[in-house]
Design a protein around this ligand. Structure first.
Ligand code: NAP
Length: 267
């Protein structure tokens, strides 16, 4: 694994309105999450920054990740939008800066990644990540970048197992970060998860998160509900049996929840 040490679970903030965002990030930090995920497109960075600025925990203990908006992938956009994000987050640096989507109109591997590499040299970001890339796109990005790519963020839950990506990453020092790890709430519609949840007397959400972590990925569940925030973190203590893993692995249904028509990598 890269020098970066990512905790086993992180915290998502997509579609969290600023007020809720301050409260939920504060709760998440209090409960023990140390990796917070935001993005330029979420329009809540100032709220994430406000929660961090409360100082419950030393900033150095936190891993803060943000993502470049799809229209900010040209070199000038990479540099200026990241500086603006840092101002909103009230931070000197972010730990991971991701390319959010490989938007064909704006993403040029060498140019985009060179600007991100410059941000590493300037100390504005610690590491480079990519999101919604296929193994092929990730390969090209790795070739184009003079710094390591430390993380790939993709949709990952029991209806989207990412087996190809997991295989591809086996011999690489790149973290797999699982977004929409609760299938945006649809884990509660998965009968196999309900069966396992009843056995362990816990929630389907915890089962999904534990299954993702069992396979070595890092889930970043989002919640604005204080109980859900704690419950999701408690999935760290859940030990699934091999038969539970096998049952989830055998689910045949496949469903991708995020597939915007304007950017559709050849999945
Ligand atoms: P998610 O985490 O799979 O699911 C969130 C939904 O589940 C919310 O409706 C939440 O409602 C509910 N929920 C959470 N915990 C629960 C629990 N214990 N019991 C019952 N319901 C629960 O969905 P997501 O927000 O799409 O993904 C997570 C994070 O991944 C995002 O917030 C974002 O940071 C990141 N992400 C990245 C990308 C990308 O393109 N890179 C795309 C999507 C998401 P409550 O708030 O009421 O708990």
């Amino acid at each position: 694994m890269p020098e970066l040490q990512l905790p086993k679970i992180g915290f998502g903030t997509w579609q969290t309105k600023p007020n809720d965002c301050v409260k939920s990030v504060l709760k998440a930090i209090e409960v023990g999450y140390r990796h917070i995920d935001t993005a330029q497109m979420y329009r809540n960075k100032h709220a994430v920054g406000e929660a961090i600025a409360e100082g419950i925990i030393d900033r150095k203990e936190l891993t803060i990740a943000t993502k470049l908006a799809i229209w900010k992938l040209r070199p000038g956009g990479v540099l200026s939008s990241t500086r603006s994000s840092l101002r909103k987050l009230k931070l000197d640096y972010v730990d991971i800066l991701y390319i959010h989507w490989p938007a064909p109109l704006f993403y040029r591997p060498h140019k985009t990644l060179k600007a991100m590499s410059q941000l590493v040299d300037e100390g504005k970001i610690k590491y480079i990540g990519v999101s919604n890339f296929t193994p092929k796109l990730l390969d090209k990005a790795t070739e184009a970048c003079d710094k390591p790519i430390v993380a790939i963020q993709v949709e990952h839950h029991p209806w989207l197992k990412q087996t190809k990506m997991r295989d591809y990453l086996k011999d690489k020092d790149i973290y797999l970060v699982a977004y929409s790890p609760l299938a945006r709430g649809e884990v509660f519609q998965m009968p196999e998860l309900t069966q396992i949840a009843e056995k362990h007397k816990c929630s389907e959400a915890q089962i999904s998160l534990a299954w993702i972590m069992h396979h070595g990925a890092i889930p970043i569940p989002k919640s604005t509900n204080m109980n859900h925030i704690s419950d999701n973190f408690d999935s760290l203590n859940l030990q699934l049996d091999q038969e539970d893993i096998d049952l989830i692995d055998s689910i045949q249904k496949k469903k991708r929840l995020l597939n915007p028509p304007f950017i559709r990598p050849k999945w």
